[in-house]
Structures are given as structure tokens and as C-alpha cells.
Write a protein that binds this ligand. Structure first.
Ligand code: XMP
Length: 315
């Protein structure tokens, strides 16, 4: 049986031994990186610099929320707006694996820059077991290179510290609760952020579309679960498909893009079943997306595939 308090104490003690100098961590505001930041910060204090990189693919309101959370957690942090750099690097890139690799590498270059300025020798990462199992370590073939593992360039100079390497998602959430991190009840969010929820080129315009659609999906599912119409799914979001289709707006023919809604039940993300969302809730989401986003979207579909054979994210 996993004991979160024992894990925290043992990890802090071993981090004190392991990290002999300054360290840096990128915190996305997600449960994994936040737990890693707080654990290491408890071990080495201000010798850890936590950076929050705005990669241009964060969710609505996320920048402000993360800034507030890091202030409240009393960790030493810095905010870096690198959105232009990411959009430029992803220009014309359609292949999901290439996107993940580019994003991972860009992150690392930004860390390296910040690390140099901070004289850091260590890079802390919130890697957890499902990340490396699915990134191909010989146990299973590569399915996706999760950006915190597979994207690492060969010439990485920093020493990697991964305090939660063997933990599964539910255990990380337990640790978060034990550390009083509010983030523990948030749904999981992938490292490459909304870039892997844009199928096709992840540019500024597409990021804005999927950001708005994700916000609507989140708002409606959270509202429906608060009203007792359903249980909040484990993970729920929107995906922007490059597929255009014919529609009708007023008396005119429209030719817009497609949003796929994805909502799944899972324990640790390793396998998942699609959520049986009530039709009235799906209806509300579809109506809002096609009304509020009618410039771009004229079709909404619901993904009814389990994992396996699909994965949770589309890329
Ligand atoms: P998949 O799509 O592989 O996702 O079924 C399983 C869980 O992992 C999240 N995910 C990621 N998390 N870095 C992360 O930290 C990544 O690169 C990444 N890709 C997917 C996904 O949202 C789901 O919860």
C-alpha cells in the first residue's frame, strides 16, 4: 500500500543528498511538475528555480492561475513567454512525433538558457511511470514520446532529477494532497499542451480555436457534474481536426473545421474507457461551440473509442 507521507519524507532526504548545487524545474501548473517543484523546493529551498514557460499552447486563464499558485506555494519562480519561439519552430510541421520532439527540444533549450543564467547543474522533471513506460524503454515499443522523456536531445548538459519516476498518477495525486497542493483535483494535462490537440499545424490561430473549444468542454462538463447530471470524467477536452465539412449558416453555405470532444474514465491513464456523457450535455457543448465559434467550426463529433486501441490524446 502506497504511503504518501513516507514517500515525501524519504524523497526529500534523498534529494538533499542527490542535488549538490543549483537546480531548475519547469512547472506547467499540472500536478506532476507542481509536486516535483514542491518536493525539491522543500529539500533545497531557493537553490531551486521554478520556471513557468508560456509555450503559446496553454489553456484559457492558465498563465494567471499558475502564477497565483506558485506565489501561494512560496517557491522561487520566474515566468518566461516563449510563445513566438514555439509557433516558429512548429511552422509547417504536421507529424505528431516530430511535433512532440520539437516541443520537447525547445523546452530543453529554454531550460538550458535559464539554467545557465541561474548556474544550475540539475534539471528536475515531473516524469512518472506511465511517461517512460509508453516512451519505449525496452518494456514496450514506442507509442508516443512523452515530451518530458523522449524529446531530450543527445547533448543535454544538465543532470536529470526525477523524484516521482516510479509513481503512477493516482499516487502522485495522493502526494499532492499530502503536500496541500490544490492542483491535485485538476484533470491531467499533457506536457506539449494544446499543441497535440491541434491535428495539423499548431500555430497561433489554431491554438486559439482549440483553447476556446477546450474551455467550453471543461465548463459544461464541470457544470453538469456539479448539477448532478453526471460524474465528472477523469479527463475531458476538445481536439481541433483539420477536416473541413460543409454546413449551413443562415441562408449561406459554410465550410468549417471540426471539433472532436474527448472524455474518458481512467485510473492512471494507461487504459481508458470513453465517458457515457448524457446526450443533453453533449447537446449543450455542441450548441455552444457551433454558436460561439461559428467563424471557424461548423461540426462537432464525439470520440467513442477506448484506450486501447486508441490513446487518450489524438497525437
Ligand atoms: P495517451 O494519449 O498516451 O495519454 O493515452 C495518457 C495520459 O498522459 C497524458 N499525456 C502526457 N503527459 N507528457 C505528459 O506529461 C506528455 O507528453 C503527454 N502526452 C499525453 C494524457 O493527457 C493522458 O492523461
Amino acid at each position: 500500500m502506497f504511503n504518501a507521507d513516507a514517500f515525501i519524507n524519504e524523497t526529500i532526504e534523498s534529494l538533499k543528498q542527490e542535488i549538490q548545487g543549483n537546480a531548475i524545474i519547469a512547472c506547467s501548473g499540472g500536478v506532476d511538475s507542481t509536486v516535483a517543484a514542491v518536493l525539491v523546493s522543500r529539500a533545497i529551498g531557493d537553490r531551486l528555480l521554478t520556471i513557468y514557460v508560456n509555450n503559446g499552447f496553454m489553456r484559457k486563464g492558465e498563465d494567471e492561475e499558475v502564477q497565483k499558485m506558485l506565489t501561494d506555494l512560496n517557491v522561487n519562480f520566474q515566468i518566461i513567454d516563449a510563445s513566438e519561439e514555439f509557433y516558429k519552430a512548429l511552422q509547417g510541421v504536421l507529424d505528431p512525433e516530430k511535433k512532440r520532439k520539437i516541443i520537447g527540444e525547445k523546452f530543453i533549450r529554454i531550460f538550458e538558457r535559464s539554467a545557465k543564467e541561474f548556474n544550475a547543474e540539475y534539471l528536475v522533471q515531473g516524469t512518472i511511470a506511465p511517461d517512460w513506460i509508453e516512451s519505449g524503454d525496452g518494456v514496450r515499443d514506442t507509442i508516443k514520446s512523452h515530451h518530458n522523456v523522449g524529446g531530450l536531445p543527445q547533448d543535454m548538459k544538465l543532470k536529470i532529477v526525477e523524484p516521482m519516476y516510479d509513481l503512477y498518477k493516482d499516487e502522485v495525486r495522493e502526494v499532492a494532497r499530502a503536500l496541500n497542493i490544490k492542483v491535485s483535483e485538476r484533470q491531467p494535462f499533457p506536457g506539449p499542451a494544446l499543441a497535440i490537440r491541434v491535428i495539423g499545424e499548431a500555430n497561433r490561430e489554431n491554438a486559439a480555436i482549440v483553447r476556446d473549444a477546450c474551455a467550453i468542454v471543461e465548463e459544461e462538463l464541470e457544470k453538469a457534474s456539479l448539477e448532478g447530471k453526471m460524474v465528472r470524467p477523469w479527463q475531458y477536452f476538445a481536439v481541433l481536426l483539420p477536416c473541413q465539412s460543409v454546413g449551413v449558416q443562415g441562408d449561406n453555405r459554410a465550410y468549417g473545421k471540426t471539433i472532436a470532444i474527448r472524455a474518458v474514465e481512467s485510473i492512471d491513464g494507461m487504459s481508458a474507457a470513453y465517458s457515457r456523457i448524457p446526450y443533453e450535455v453533449l447537446d449543450k457543448i455542441s450548441m455552444r461551440i457551433t454558436r460561439e465559434m461559428k467563424q471557424n467550426i461548423n461540426r462537432v463529433v464525439y470520440d467513442i473509442t477506448n484506450k486501447p486501441p486508441a490513446t487518450i490524446e489524438w497525437e
